[in-house]
Design a protein around this ligand. Structure first.
Ligand code: PHE
Length: 331
């Protein structure tokens, strides 16, 4: 039989074989080597090329080559469609009917979101934003703020001491002093930052938390302005209907002093969110501002407490344990 005919017959044989294609990997391999193996049918045809007349060789050679390419392609095609269909190989195939995997997207922490809202409100009424040290000396955290040596806030139980004269700041009020030491009045700043207290941990108190301090010093500053400013802030933060109250209080560095509570609907109790007052003249004198000319108000608010009230979060510890189920509620 001429080689051309033999090529034809191998092709037909292959088409019949592939029609009843086996579903077994070993059988697939067998079939492939029957045709394309080193001693397979295609190789046998190739070895007969020497018998072909020289003028026919280019033509027959081309046909043989085509046969080889063709068979290879059909094998590959069959094998891949078999893998896609056959459940035995499901783990090796891509099931395009499955829904895609949603990638986890990071988010801005709810405390950071709350802080941004607070900053925006104060910036809109003329406050600048400043920052100060978290590790500070006793003088800036206590003495300059009119907190006497014997004041209970200095107690080992409340303050984390780094050494005798250095503390982790217990409030952001230390930055009031730094700002006034470095700038001439009038000044108007808010100061966000972390503070540390060695307190009993509970649903509303943690050993570290965030505050936003506010300080405004000018020639004419009144308690009414302080009230107006904080009311404006609370209305914008919590909405006009949220119940709030000013309550007289005491801080060594303000006189008179007050605290602001917000009504907690969930727990049916008032929750304190900030302390405030008129800057004590002693503090102004400590930083070299003439307290006969300059007056000021200051406030310091707890960011966690504000976020808890605004977003109905019932435990301050949730902010710090990195639980994704908690965090992803605030994306
Ligand atoms: N520093 C006070 C506190 O941490 C809050 C405060 C700031 C009070 C400024 C009055 C003025 O509780």
């Amino acid at each position: 039989m001429p080689l051309k005919k033999q090529i034809e017959s191998v092709r037909n044989q292959f088409l019949a074989d592939i029609e009843s294609f086996p579903n077994d990997p070993p059988l697939i391999d067998q079939l492939r080597s029957k045709y394309l193996g080193r001693k397979g049918l295609v190789a046998q045809l190739l070895s007969k090329m020497s018998q072909v007349k020289p003028e026919d060789r280019p033509n027959i050679g081309k046909e043989l080559n085509n046969l080889k390419i063709d068979l290879n392609r059909q094998f590959d095609h069959k094998v891949s469609s078999l893998l896609a269909k056959d459940h035995k190989y499901a783990d090796e195939s891509i099931d395009i009917t499955l829904p895609g995997k949603e990638p986890r997207i990071g988010s801005i922490h709810i405390l950071e979101q709350t802080l941004s809202e607070i900053k925006e409100i104060f910036i809109s009424i003329g406050f600048h934003v400043a920052y100060g040290p978290e590790v500070d000396d006793d003088y800036h955290n206590f003495s300059a703020l009119n907190i006497p040596e014997s004041h209970p806030a200095r107690d080992m139980q409340d303050t984390f001491f780094v050494d005798n004269k250095t503390v982790l700041r217990t409030h952001t009020s230390n930055v009031q002093i730094h700002l006034m030491e470095n700038e001439e009045p009038p000044i108007r700043y808010i100061v966000p930052g972390r503070v540390y207290r060695n307190e009993a941990i509970s649903y509303k108190s943690y050993c570290l938390f965030h505050q936003v301090e506010g300080i405004y010093v000018n020639k004419r500053v009144s308690f009414a302005e302080l009230k107006g400013c904080l009311e404006y802030f609370i209305r914008h933060m919590f909405g006009a209907k949220r119940k709030m109250r000013f309550r007289p209080s005491y801080f060594p560095f303000t006189e008179p002093s007050a605290e602001v509570d917000i009504w907690d609907e969930e727990r049916h109790e008032w929750l304190e969110i900030l302390g405030c007052g008129m800057v004590d003249p002693n503090v102004l004198d400590n930083v070299g501002y003439d307290s006969n000319i300059w007056h000021g108000y200051a406030f310091g608010m707890g960011v966690e407490r504000i976020a808890m009230l605004k977003y109905n979060i019932n435990d301050i510890r949730l902010f710090y344990n990195g639980d994704i189920r908690f965090l992803e509620q605030f994306i």
